[in-house]
Write a protein that binds this ligand. Sequence first.
Ligand code: HEM
Length: 509
Amino acid sequence: MAGKLGNHITNTMDTVHFLLLFSSAVFAFFFFFFFLRSTAVKNNNPPPPPGPRRLPIIGHLHLLTPLLHHTFHRLSEKYGPLVQLHLGSVPCVVASTPELAKEFLRTNELVFSSRKHSTAIDIITYDSSFAFSPYGPYWKYVKKLCTYELLGARNLSHFQPIRVSELNRFLKAVTEKAEAEEVFNVTEEVAKLTSNVISNMMVGIRCEEEEEEAMAVIREVTRIFGEFDVSDVVWFCKKFDFQGIRRRSEDIRRRYDALLERIISGREEKRIHGDTAADFLDMLLDIVGKTDVNFTRDHLKALILDFFTAGTDTTAIATEWAISELINNPKVMAKAQEEIDDVIGTGRLLQETDGPDLPYLQAVIKETFRLHPPIPMLTRKSTADCAIGGYRIPAKTLLFVNIWSIGRNPKYWENPTEFNPERFLRSGIDVKGQDFELLPFGTGRRGCPGMILAMNELVSIIGTMVQCFHWSSGDVAVDMTERPGLTAPRANNLFCRAAPRMNLSPLIN
Ligand code: HEM
């Protein structure tokens, strides 16, 4: 009995030992398997970038303020140069260093070659915009058209007399204000100048001829494109228009459409009689319905709007910031005037082609772009999953490259808040999209096609303003606060007094 019991115990112990051994082996196997698997997952699937805690449904919408690039700058100071956020349900990342800008926009260029859409953009641009179109056949066709035809070297020199004549009108208007010793609205005069240049090149008219309406519509467009529409990112708000953005967009589109239809039908009437103008409108009417890609009347109207919104406000904003900084920094102003006096003198007006001979003026323009990029963030959308800086970035993520923040980062710029053009005389940094510390025109295939036109305009506008007048804001410094929107203009119109530095009448008549 005792033997049987002993045997039984021994058998049970063997079974227990066996079970223990077996379960240890199974445990070891699974442990090893899961360890290997989790390491593999970790290697293949890096973590998402850091960011603040996300709230249900709204994500991080509660953190946003109207000056989005300022908010993103503060978040990057807290969470690091790559921050992940969710705007409602839409994932987005904010990059705030040149190294990350390069990794996103050069190393992974194709993945980030599309742009974000919004209800306002789709309504106002007839859902046919070039600037907001996805990277594909339509975008490629229009990009080629811009680079080689519309904004190509031949066309730019063909339209140079228009730019000269508009600049002369502007200088004449300023001279009248200067002679009357009037404090006047520089913002308004510069906006008229840049709008007239673009509208004359595109549709052969000056904005004044089509009332103030054109300018008002364009300002409203850039403003509404920069507003954040909750119904675009929170699924259950899709059907609502809490902020009135849809209603305002439809109103803007109606006014823009009426304005442009008036211009286009006037031109079509003239073309019937063989009367052509050789401006953008004529070139575009020639190709409507005759291209391999679908290029309709709506595409034409959207492209003209793209050029208006991208090319007038931006150039005016850069000019105003440059003059504001020069007024607040009289030593820099004196140095710029001295250079222009030495190279050009007072016997003729500075021209676009003088740019290469005026390195200090070029440095003033670069320094203005560093502190006040007219478009403060480059915005793209990813079309595939990728890994950046060791972090996972899924497809359909919105990318914001905060170039405003990069321009103010002490890691890359000594005394970053100081307006000091000399820094660019010592460095080879340029604005053409190769130096990721300074990207006012963006970079790569989605970079700005109007860069050469804009730089030509800025040299001649800022250059002649500095050459021909002393500028003053009275006893107070010029206020440097920004207004919210897709662009970053001055919050308040620039009012100042100009006094002639030379006799302009024989030069501008
Ligand atoms: C100081 C003046 C200007 C500045 C600072 C500026 C800046 C920019 C920036 C930052 C972008 C986005 C680039 C990117 O995502 O990498 C852009 C795109 C664009 N710009 Fe400009 N721009 C200026 C003037 C102009 C002018 C004069 C025109 C045309 C008349 C123009 C037409 C465009 C167009 C059509 C796009 C969209 C390109 C695309 O999506 O492929 N811009 N610009």
